[in-house]
Write a protein that binds this ligand. Structure first.
Ligand code: ATP
Ligand code: MG
Length: 407
């Protein structure tokens, strides 16, 4: 009998012929997040088995749990006992999952057995496993069956070596009583890369999380106005990138000075279009960096109507400057929903620290809320756009935030 974690996925199961690729990526990501070797993470039919080394210290086990909670593609996982696919061994596993928690044992009275049989050659059907094991637990431990709302559910899964085992893993059975939710989504690395425009505010880190969750690896691009503003926004964004690295692995971040471009806008262009002109320059610079990194899309934290620059008209004006696809995963979110998610993923407390955003510099008193593209373009011809872009690219600094050690 061995202590393992059974990892379940949901959406990957719908992937048909691409499923093996998605599973291999999930396997790789679990290894990276937990620090376990590839041989310790096996793909077996319909699930993955994570086998930590024997006699793992408790705190290492807790770290594996935290790593799995942050690995996209996992719908749920369970600490389990792995045994051979034999009824006698399954009974032992059920006993062993009760005995270590005798304290808990005294607190429950009712139970249910839920069995699935992936291995059709196993001598009992799932129904028969449930009935037979149910009788055993009832008689041995003097507990009552309650299929509606049991105090404890024993999950029994019998799986075969065939059907989906990329690494030729053995057949076997697992028994567990606890299901820990995973983050859902798809394994990072199963979609093309995207470059996230990270501001240091509340929204863009949540947008980054959403895109990672759908399987796209990301790089970050942050514009600052140093020395116009303090370095606080840079420090914040580094910290935010560090949090995102927990979910997606080491994080590449470009720090780009926008100061000269902003000065040119302030000196030459009509005040009410300032923010839109900054945004159009940002998009053009970011897409160059994105292409350089092999990214196929930009990501922003815009939500429709949240501020003046995020009306349909103004988003359209910004979009028109882009030749790369722009993804806006938060477009239909309310601010409250974004804040709740930021708190959950651990970026909120960093985002609310005070800083001067580069776009708040010389904010116009009356920004255009429904700008016309032709008006903005008329202002933009007053700028040496290509020179401003080249200068910013030349001064861009690249740093990599490592995946933080699990704590
Ligand atoms: P956030 O909370 O992400 O800062 P916001 O509600 O403050 O968003 P804006 O300031 O209008 O909205 O910015 C909209 C989007 O433009 C941001 O979500 C981000 O993707 C991008 N952006 C804004 N400022 C910067 C910046 N300094 N560097 C990189 N991207 C930026
Ligand atoms: Mg902002």
């Amino acid at each position: 009998m061995q202590q393992v974690y059974v990892v379940h996925y949901h959406e990957i199961a719908l992937k048909g012929r691409n499923r093996p690729d998605f599973l291999r990526q999930l396997q790789e990501n679990i290894c990276r997040a937990t620090g376990l070797r590839k041989g310790s993470v096996k793909i077996v039919s319909g699930r993955l088995l994570v086998r930590p080394p024997l006699n793992l210290p408790l705190e290492k086990g807790e770290k594996i749990v935290r790593a799995l909670q942050r690995t996209f593609g996992i719908s749920s996982f369970s600490p389990a006992a792995l045994v051979k696919a034999e009824y006698g061994e399954i009974v032992q596993a059920v006993k062993s999952s009760i005995v270590p928690s005798m304290e808990l044992f005294t607190k429950w009275n009712t139970f249910a057995i839920r069995a699935t049989r992936g291995d059709k050659e196993f001598s009992l059907t799932s129904k028969e496993i449930e009935v037979k094991l149910g009788d055993f637990v009832r008689e041995k431990f003097k507990k009552k069956v309650d299929l509606e709302s049991p105090d404890v559910t024993f999950y029994v899964e019998v799986f075969s070596a065939k059907g989906g085992s990329a690494s030729g893993g053995p057949g076997g059975a697992v028994v567990y009583t606890e299901k820990i939710p995973g983050p859902g989504g798809l394994p990072v690395g199963t979609q093309g890369k995207a470059a996230v425009m990270l501001s240091g505010g509340i929204d863009s880190p949540v947008a980054a999380y959403r895109i990672l969750k759908r399987g796209a690896p990301i790089v970050g691009v942050h514009f600052h106005s140093y020395p116009f503003t303090s370095r606080a926004s840079i420090d914040k964004v580094k910290e935010l990138a560090g949090v995102l690295a927990r979910y997606g692995g080491p994080f590449k971040l470009f720090l780009v000075p926008l100061t000269d471009a902003q000065k040119a806008v302030i000196q030459n262009c009509e005040e009410r279009y300032r923010v839109l002109l900054y945004r159009r320059l940002m998009v053009r610079i970011a897409q160059e960096l994105a292409r350089h990194e092999g990214a196929q899309a930009l990501v922003t934290g815009e939500a429709l109507g949240q501020v003046a620059s995020q009306t349909i008209e103004n988003i359209g004006v910004t979009d028109a400057a882009a030749t790369l696809l722009i993804l806006r995963p938060l477009i239909g979110y309310d601010k409250e929903e974004i804040i709740a998610e930021a708190k959950r993923i651990g970026t909120y407390e960093i985002s609310i620290l005070p800083h001067d955003d580069c776009c708040t510099i010389m904010m116009p008193k009356n920004p255009a809320t429904r700008a016309r593209l032709s008006d903005v373009e008329r202002e933009e011809v007053k700028l040496e756009v290509s020179r401003l872009i080249d200068n910013a690219l030349e001064c861009a600094e690249l740093i990599t935030l490592p995946s933080p050690p699990l704590s």
